[in-house]
Design a protein around this ligand. Structure first.
Ligand code: SF4
Ligand code: SF4
Ligand code: SF4
Ligand code: SF4
Length: 346
């Protein structure tokens, strides 16, 4: 481990790993610096300019892009910094659709936090605001909504898509006041290469990217995604006896805290009234409910009538590795065929 760097922020001496940004070092030591475009999971770009600081002997700069240095003396707040911070934030929210009461992000929104902390000059913003909201809501994706009228151009979604998902289907487009996050050809997101992993949705700090969810969960339970052998950890949310949400568990060794479309958005089948909860046996052409004992005896008796390539098995990723080992052993050793495959490959 390399030697820690000692610096002073707002008169408090702290220590930080070399290479840490002043912003992260401050936050890790309980010193708040307002910030919007920085996220610990992706690279820092310093575009919102809200985390501006002063360093003794230098011009004001952004703390997210400034690595800590030995003996550095940092000031996070004074009259000049607060004035600049306020103007920088106002420029980002000139055309923001402030409709918090009906916004899915209400009370968990980074912009609300910053607005409360920094304070905005609403009259000045109103004077510069465009008369109409500039963007139509993109509801082309079945699992999440894009409302660019609430976008603050932090670019976290762009970096998430590129650096975490490796897809790169979204980027900044157009210039000046017309700048927006777009896909190739400025089409709806559903017509892009977006794979609906939802990684950008979970990291968007405001209500611009939100899951299409009927209800918020009242409690969550940690478990393992049942869809494939990767075994990503998930926290499923429930409300009123229904499964209503699923999210990645940060730090999960199997997933690195990420999920694919299935683990994040594909679990609503749990609530389907069409799910089979009891075995069915066809009798006189009709499927009728049976007990598990009856069903297992019936299958065992039927299996005795087949051998070799008359038989094939599809195993499930929802089972354990041991279960799947037994399945292939049974197929090969008992049923005498290599007709065995696995749903995770389908
Ligand atoms: S994004 Fe935040 S500030 Fe904007 S309407 Fe939603 S909750 Fe309010
Ligand atoms: S959902 Fe995933 S693939 Fe689609 S834009 Fe977001 S990060 Fe990229
Ligand atoms: S959509 Fe969200 S994450 Fe992307 S730039 Fe806008 S505010 Fe940032
Ligand atoms: S289906 Fe997706 S989220 Fe679920 S375990 Fe596999 S990779 Fe992970």
């Amino acid at each position: 481990m390399s030697e820690l760097v000692t610096l002073t922020i707002d008169g408090v001496e702290i220590k930080a790993e070399p290479g840490t940004s002043v912003l992260r070092a401050a936050l890790e030591n309980g010193i708040y610096i307002p910030h919007l475009c920085d996220h610990p999971d992706v690279s820092s770009v310093g575009i919102c300019r809200v985390c501006i600081i002063e360093i003794e002997g230098r011009r004001p700069t952004v703390s997210c892009k400034t690595p800590v240095e030995e003996g550095m003396v940092v000031t996070t707040s004074n009259e000049e910094l607060e004035k600049t911070r306020k103007i920088n934030l106002e420029l980002l929210v000139l055309n923001h659709d402030y409709n918090c009461q009906s916004c899915a992000k209400n009370s968990q929104c980074k912009l609300q936090e910053l607005t409360r902390y920094i304070g905005l000059d609403e009259e000045r913003i109103k004077a510069m605001r465009e008369p109409e909201l500039p963007h139509e809501i993109d509801d082309s994706n079945p699992y999440y909504l894009r409302d660019l009228n609430k976008c603050v151009l932090c670019g976290i979604c762009v970096r998430t898509c590129e650096e975490i998902q490796g897809d790169g289907c979204i980027d900044f487009a157009f210039r000046g006041i017309k700048t927006k996050i777009s896909v190739l050809g400025d089409k709806p997101i559903a017509e892009s290469t977006c794979v609906t992993c939802g990684e950008c949705v979970t990291r968007c700090p405001v209500g611009a990217l939100v899951p299409r969810r009927e209800m918020e969960p009242t409690y969550e339970v940690e478990t393992i995604c049942p869809f494939c052998g990767c075994g990503c950890a998930i926290a499923v949310g429930a409300r009123g006896g229904k499964l209503v949400s699923s999210r990645a568990v940060p730090g999960s060794p199997a997933s690195g805290g990420t999920l694919c479309v299935k683990g994040r958005f594909g679990l609503s089948f749990v609530n389907s009234p069409e799910r089979l909860t009891k075995p069915l046996i066809r009798k006189d052409g009709e499927l009728v409910e049976a007990s598990w004992e009856e069903a297992i005896s019936y299958v065992a008796q039927k299996l005795g009538q087949y051998k070799g390539d008359q038989f094939a098995a599809i195993a499930s990723a929802k089972c354990t590795t041991e279960d799947n080992y037994v399945m292939q052993k049974f197929t090969r050793a008992v049923m005498e065929t290599n007709n065995i495959d696995h749903c995770a490959r389908l």
